[in-house]
Design a protein around this ligand. Structure first.
Ligand SMILES: Nc1ncnc2c1ncn2[C@@H]1O[C@H](COP(=O)(O)OP(=O)(O)OP(=O)(O)O)[C@@H](O)[C@H]1O
Length: 260
């Protein structure tokens, strides 16, 4: 597993506003890279660039040594990249299991659209996919809600469903946008453990507000401020970095205890 995801010299302008300026970072195999920064620093824009939602004005994205030109969100799964968004994007009229099955389709011979339209797949495919989807639900301790509909479940459980859906396609890179938002400290710690447990199988890029989570889960952290990288390093280095402390001056640093 030697894959690396890299952004190099990425800049994004919205009209006259510079949202990202010459940002470079890389996620090594089996690593959790955190991206933090005060409000408006450019975290969401960076995540959107990594997902292909926003096309950078300059700079390149590279995955497994190949440049991703004109990346589009629907290409991610085929590349072995999964994403989990802050808005969970679960289908309310599908059961939890079916929601997760949608994510499993990277490995199906039939494909995403036929599955979504309810067209038949080969029985063997269907069984293997269901097994994998159930295994993902079990890994996240939510197998008991497989037959329920997302809208009937508490938010933290729906978050787990969204994560299970992202993971069931067995990605090599997982892009996570604010996985801790809306969670209590205890739930956040659990998500942190789940994310840590993924590193034997994949790399993770975590864009997150909550310092506690980032500090406890990430191997390496990139700090953005006004669209620029102002620091990068291990959690202890970042915590001790005067430039980071200055960037957060006057900000309410979000910790687990503050959430909810
Ligand atoms: N679609 C857009 N059009 C215009 N400006 C935008 C757009 N998206 C983001 N911005 C601006 O770009 C800058 C970076 O925003 P971004 O949402 O990426 O920061 P962030 O670090 O995610 O902030 P927060 O922590 O508050 O969510 C901000 O000044 C924001 O107002």
């Amino acid at each position: 597993m030697a894959e690396t995801f890299e952004m190099s010299g990425v800049s994004v302008n919205f009209g006259g506003l510079v949202a990202l300026s010459d940002v470079s970072l890389s996620v090594a195999a089996g690593q959790v890279l955190g991206v933090i920064g005060p409000n408006g620093a450019g975290k969401t824009t960076l995540f959107n660039v990594a997902c292909g939602f926003v096309r950078p004005d300059t700079g390149t994205l590279t995955w497994r040594g190949e440049e991703l030109r004109k990346l589009r969100p629907h290409q991610l799964a085929g590349l072995g990249i999964a994403r989990s968004l802050q808005e969970l994007g679960l289908f309310d009229r599908m059961t939890v299991l079916d929601n997760v099955l949608v994510g499993a389709d990277r490995h199906a011979t039939t494909g995403f659209w036929p599955a979504l339209l309810g067209l038949p797949r080969r029985a063997k495919d269907e069984r293997a996919l269901r097994d994998r989807a159930m295994a993902a639900l079990e890994e996240f301790d939510i197998a008991d809600v497989a037959a329920r509909y997302p809208a009937s479940l508490p938010y933290p459980v729906r978050k787990r469903v969204a994560l299970a859906r992202a993971l069931v396609g067995e990605p090599d890179l997982l892009l996570l946008d604010e996985p801790a938002s809306g969670l209590s400290s205890a739930e956040m710690a659990e998500i942190g453990e789940l994310v840590r447990g993924l590193t034997d199988r994949m790399s993770v890029m975590l864009v997150e507000h909550h310092m506690d989570l980032v500090m406890s889960v990430c191997d390496d952290i990139v700090v953005l401020d006004f669209g620029k990288v102002i620091a990068r390093g291990a959690p202890a280095e970042i915590q001790a970095d005067p430039a980071v402390q200055a960037a957060y001056l006057g900000e309410d640093v979000v910790t687990g205890a503050d959430s909810r």
